[in-house]
Design a protein around this ligand. Structure first.
Ligand SMILES: C[S@@+](CC[C@H](N)C(=O)[O-])C[C@H]1O[C@@H](n2cnc3c(N)ncnc32)[C@H](O)[C@@H]1O
Length: 209
């Protein structure tokens, strides 16, 4: 099997990437490094990185097969500002990338569709890592479905939540207020909540330490 054959495909990335890009174009800084957490297949990374040629895009994921897919997408659609992926488990007390030279240039963390498809500890770990890595004014961008005031924002999200919990009782659509409460403990201030297509949200936090 050649490297190209290791590309994985997540059809949702094709559906959501343009709307996410439009938000990123309004919020990303003009220089620095974007640390993408839970890059999955790598399709977002190869789509977003060329749109921001003055930024470095650093993909990561927990799973070795995702890292293989990201590398394969990178070989297929080479982009000079897209770095080779690192393995990163947000639940670790310290992330390996914190010891790399690139850490000092990271001013943005992007995390798409992870915190509902992972235990709550992943949300806590993400916020803790964002506090350790982001400089003051640094940005954490989240995308996904969220409950608001304890309620689902659409019947389809309630059904999705039930299917997630049936797959793994530790997964589930998170309440934005609960996510914000953890963020605040880590010096991350909620800056913007932007409704997105298909009952998703872009959620932007700023490190105000
Ligand atoms: C639904 S996929 C989303 C992938 C990609 N961001 C996208 O939108 O297509 C969820 C991703 O979260 C990753 N993930 C789950 N738990 C994680 C953890 N503890 N640390 C880092 N990544 C994790 C999985 O490996 C998977 O790639």
């Amino acid at each position: 099997m050649n490297n190209r054959d290791r590309r994985q495909f997540a059809p949702a990335t094709q559906r959501n990437r343009t709307a996410i890009l439009e938000v990123l174009q309004t919020v990303l800084p003009t220089a620095g490094t974007v640390l993408e957490i839970a890059s999955g297949t790598g399709e977002h990374a190869v789509f977003f990185a060329p749109q921001f040629p003055d930024l470095i895009w650093q993909p990561t994921d927990l799973r070795p097969e995702s890292l293989e897919s990201i590398k394969a997408w990178q070989d297929y659609q080479s982009t000079p500002n897209l770095k080779s992926p690192f393995q990163l488990d947000v639940c670790q007390q310290s992330w390996p990338i914190e010891n790399e030279a690139i850490a000092s240039s990271i001013n943005t963390i992007v995390n798409i569709n992870m915190i509902h498809i992972a235990p709550w500890a992943a949300c806590e770990g993400l916020m803790a890592g964002a506090e350790r890595l982001l400089p003051t004014g640094g940005l954490l961008y989240l995308y996904g479905p969220f409950k608001r005031q304890g309620e689902h924002t659409a019947p389809s999200n309630a059904a999705f939540d039930a299917s997630l919990r049936a797959t793994d009782p530790d997964w589930g659509v998170r309440d934005l207020a609960a996510v914000e409460a953890i963020a605040v403990q880590h010096q991350l201030q909620l800056q913007q909540v932007i409704p997105m297509p298909a009952n998703n949200f872009s959620v932007i936090f700023i490190n105000n330490a």
